[in-house]
Design a protein around this ligand. Structure first.
Ligand code: ADP
Ligand code: LRH
Length: 476
């Protein structure tokens, strides 16, 4: 029987356990999917981490015996453990208000050039470093900080560790040395004991605890392999590029827009443009910027009581384009809330027509995301000097034909949409490589291109209209 692997992939909106058999082709099976619903309790917004872990256990049971398991999730968030390895408090959601005003304080204390020179990380208010500054009082009893995928891996195996792709989103990582920045930890007065040793993607981190094996029905010898545990890092592994001249948009709750580089760019221009240098597999760098992404649409749907998405997108396609646009990265769109009202307020404030139906709001959101993609893509090309002939748009957003078409039009480049489950695929490919079944990044990408359904959207439309709309949204 050909080897079969299990990917646990936790996105901000849903989690899944997906298996793949590596034989003649590459057969994916979704064995379990579950919603990831944040919970507000006592005024704080949390992840339901035990609910997620319960679904992971159920998913592994559904998967049956596998060659290995890998875990990835969204970045920046963490759990704290005490000296006995017990979880201290429930992990807080990065959209919680506890970080309000904190980033500004830390930046003023340490200086942007200093922080960026070490981490090369874009300044986002929820980066781990600012969350820790907000939660300082809670650190006294903590012995260990584990990023979310490392926390789940610890519960599965009993082994504590960290992984560079996710560690590089903390703001506490030296992106050139690919290690925790002990200097920065010292400057911030953060105890070094909190930050566990790093393990590279592709290494076995442990095997299942006996109680986990009993509960899932899997053999206790089942290895858990470190993968690119930051979901965006795994997604970029599985971009179906056939050459080097590509940009990517990993499009789900967030749109992560950028290029892959052999090393970081830590200069002033990238810092001013708020570009990030996140660590990838094989020493690569994801040079990208966060665009607010389909979060805007998710929150609209929630407020409207979850209407049918394909029907709404079809209606939005018939609404005239670029009538009203917003800057998707405006700070008021970050926290959960009444997104249609916030979109309306932005349009009103900037003297644009207020969208008067759900379809018009959706059109405004998608036009605006395409504008966000355009601005980030242009900056990535300009700052990196990289030739880009095609954009690979992967993740759940690749199912949204209208967004893909608008992105192609706004950027003036072809968009190749898919795979939808790029993150899980990247997770599975790194496990398969550890097993000697695939080669380097180009070989992994060639395998994805040859086996996964993709759809190509050619650019059309009028660049002057997009430029005018970008100015209206305050994006250029
Ligand atoms: P995350 O990993 O951040 O949770 P995903 O990559 O799973 O996000 O993408 C989720 C998004 O995919 C949804 O917010 C939705 O906008 C989009 N999506 C899912 N199904 C469809 C569909 N049938 N048509 C269009 N878009 C879809
Ligand atoms: C996407 C993602 C992104 C981070 C954000 C917190 O899921 O990992 O790369 O910036 O979540």
């Amino acid at each position: 029987m050909s080897p079969r692997f299990a990917a646990v992939d936790l996105g901000a909106s849903s989690g899944r356990v997906i298996t793949a058999r590596f034989g003649d082709g590459l057969d994916l099976t979704e064995v379990r999917r579950f919603p990831n619903r944040p919970v507000r309790a006592g005024g704080t917004l949390y992840w339901d981490v035990l609910g997620l872990y319960g679904n992971v256990l159920d998913g592994l049971r559904d998967a049956g015996p596998v060659t290995s398991v890998g875990i990835d999730s969204w970045a920046v968030d963490y759990g704290l453990l005490d000296a006995d390895g017990a979880l201290l408090g429930n992990p807080v959601h990065y959209r919680d208000a506890r970080t309000d005003g904190v980033m500004e304080r830390v930046r003023a204390d340490l200086g942007d050039a200093y922080l960026y020179g070490i981490g090369g990380l874009q300044f986002l208010p929820f980066n781990t470093v600012y969350q820790l500054a907000a939660a300082r009082a809670g650190l006294a009893r903590a012995e260990r900080l584990l990023m979310i995928p490392d926390l789940l891996a610890y519960w599965l195996t009993g082994v504590q560790g960290a992984e560079p792709t996710n560690a590089s989103t903390t703001g506490l990582f030296d992106v050139r040395r690919r290690d925790w920045s002990t200097e920065l930890l010292g400057r911030l007065d953060l105890p070094a004991r909190l930050f566990p040793p790093l393990r590279e993607p592709g290494t076995t981190l442990g095997t299942l605890r006996p109680d986990v094996a009993a509960e899932t029905g899997l053999p206790a010898a089942t290895p858990v392999v470190a993968v690119a545990s930051h979901d965006t890092a795994s997604a970029v592994v599985a971009v179906p590029a056939t050459g080097d001249d590509f940009a990517y948009i990993s499009c789900g709750t967030w749109s992560l827009v950028g290029v892959e580089l052999p090393g970081p760019i830590l200069g002033d221009a990238g810092r001013a443009a708020n570009f990030t240098n996140e660590a990838g597999v094989d020493g690569t760098i994801r040079y990208l910027r966060n665009v607010m992404g389909l979060w805007l649409l998710q929150e609209c749907l929630r407020v409207w009581g979850s209407p049918d998405l394909p029907a709404l997108l079809a209606a939005a396609a018939d609404v005239p384009g670029l009538r009203s646009v917003v800057n998707p990265d405006a700070p008021e769109f970050l926290p959960p809330g009444d997104m249609p009202a916030r979109v309306a307020a932005f349009c009103h404030r900037t003297g644009q027509p207020v969208p008067d139906s759900p379809a018009a709001v959706v059109r405004c959101v998608l036009d605006s995301l395409a504008l966000g993609h355009r601005a980030a893509l242009r900056a990535a090309v300009e700052l990196s000097g990289k030739d880009v002939a095609v954009i690979h748009l992967v993740g759940g957003g690749s199912r949204n034909d209208l967004l893909c078409r608008l992105t192609a039009d706004a950027c003036g480049l072809p968009v190749v949409a898919g795979p939808v489950e790029a993150t899980a695929l990247g997770n599975l490919l790194v496990q398969a490589r550890a097993h000697g079944l695939v080669g380097d990044l180009p070989a992994m990408r060639a395998l994805v291109a040859a086996t996964q359904p993709l759809r190509r959207h050619e650019p059309g439309g009028d660049d002057a209209a997009w430029a005018e709309a970008a100015a209206r949204a305050g994006l250029e």
